[in-house]
Design a protein around this ligand. Structure first.
Ligand SMILES: Nc1ncnc2c1ncn2[C@@H]1O[C@H](COP(=O)(O)OP(=O)(O)OP(=O)(O)O)[C@@H](O)[C@H]1O
Ligand SMILES: [Mg+2]
Length: 361
């Protein structure tokens, strides 16, 4: 089957400020009705990318297509208001002098009754129809956010660009609004590019995540794949706390206190980082100086001494000082597990959850 024409396709977008490429050949496609999250640390170029797609900022190189039609290259440019792209930015100001209903109807064409009907329907959908004749200052932050969403969706944009739209909300409110927003976006059939620097938000919202760093997209894929097949050490660390072991490679293998790991394609003598998450560390009790037997799945156990243990609610985080090198390894354990400091224990790591990368430094 042919793949459908992407709703949005950007190719090799570049934006330079003072000679520095802050967006550096970014390419991305979004299928109709899909949600893609542009995820990356502060300053990596997410908002700049979004602004170029919106048309409020001009790229130095590259093209933007919507439904296969050219929207913008370095010569031709459809103005922002004619791109049929909805925008919702972090500082989504509502118009203070317009009622909630008129805010939502603002971008709509047609007679007053039809506009009010569409505004009413969207407000109903976000649970705020009773506020239609109120003014923005009479609403809470979360309610204003929902009005802004209704306003952005009112003209039925084919594409919604959202830049950290939930960052002003407190945690509990945010989860609800995120889920509601996602449901509404899916209902309206909009393709969404959502910018965030929070991995959890991206995992929650995205059909696909594009991981961005230093102006470039370093990895793209479904949340599950990005989390479980990360491109490099930083990609692992961006999603969770990590443990890192250094090893030296001999014959495409590296021998560590936790057993031998494969290091395919890494030349002899080079160093590798073996990276694993705290939730993939197994803990066993010490039996007169002995630990569990090595297994294929868990590898070889190594002994460490509890430094401290903290209860975090759904899990406990235990820090060990390892006997083999004096380094720290963190393990997270579901529920309550709070061994006393100084307790010797044996750690092993789920070998199929370890990532081996050639050391960069
Ligand atoms: N108009 C401008 N002039 C000069 N530099 C700029 C301009 N706009 C952005 N930059 C720089 O480009 C880089 C990327 O900025 P951008 O706003 O795209 O980052 P971001 O990924 O959205 O970060 P954040 O998560 O903090 O919002 C930053 O280093 C920023 O200082
Ligand atoms: Mg930004």
């Amino acid at each position: 089957m042919d793949t459908p024409t992407p709703r949005l396709e950007i190719r090799d977008l570049v934006r330079r400020f003072d000679g520095r490429a802050v967006v550096d050949h970014v390419s991305l496609t979004i299928a109709p009705g899909n949600v893609t999250c542009l995820l990356g640390p502060s300053g990596c170029g997410k908002s700049t990318t979004l602004r170029m797609i919106a048309g409020v900022e001009m790229q130095d190189e590259g093209t933007i297509h919507v439904d296969g039609n050219l929207v913008c290259d370095t010569v031709f440019r459809i103005p922002p208001e004619r791109r049929n792209i909805g925008l919702m930015f972090q500082d989504f100001a509502l118009f203070p002098h317009l009622s909630v209903g008129d805010n939502v109807a603002f971008g709509l064409k047609g007679d007053r009754a039809a506009k009010r009907k569409r505004a009413g329907a969207l407000l109903e959908r976000v649970g705020l129809s009773h506020f239609i004749d109120e003014f923005p200052h009479q609403l809470s932050g979360g309610e204003q956010q929902r009005v802004a969403l209704a306003r952005a969706l009112a003209p039925q944009p084919r594409i919604m660009l959202m830049d950290e739209p939930f960052s002003g909300l407190d945690n509990r409110l945010r989860d609800g609004i995120r889920d509601e927003t996602l449901a509404l976006l899916k209902e309206e059939g909009a393709s969404v590019l959502l910018v965030t620097h929070e991995p959890e938000e991206a995992m929650r919202m995205a059909d696909e995540i594009a991981l961005m760093r230093d102006g470039q997209i370093v990895q793209r894929g479904a949340p599950y794949n990005i989390y479980n097949a990360p491109a490099d050490k930083a990609a692992v660390a961006f999603f969770s706390d990590v443990n890192v072991l250094r090893g030296k490679v001999e014959g495409a293998l590296t021998d560590t206190p936790f057993g031998v790991f494969l290091a395919p394609g890494v030349p002899d003598g080079a160093e590798v980082d073996i990276v694993f998450r705290p939730q993939h560390v197994n803990i066993d009790f010490d039996r007169n100086g002995r630990g569990p037997h090595p297994t294929e799945i868990a590898g070889t156990p190594a002994r460490g001494v509890v430094q401290r243990a903290r209860f975090l609610g759904s899990e406990s985080l235990v820090e060990f000082r390892m006997e083999f090198d004096g380094g720290i390894i963190r393990a997270s354990v579901p529920d309550v597990f709070l061994p006393a400091a100084g307790t010797p224990m044996w750690l092993s790591v789920r070998r199929n959850r370890c990532f081996v990368f050639q050391a960069a430094d």
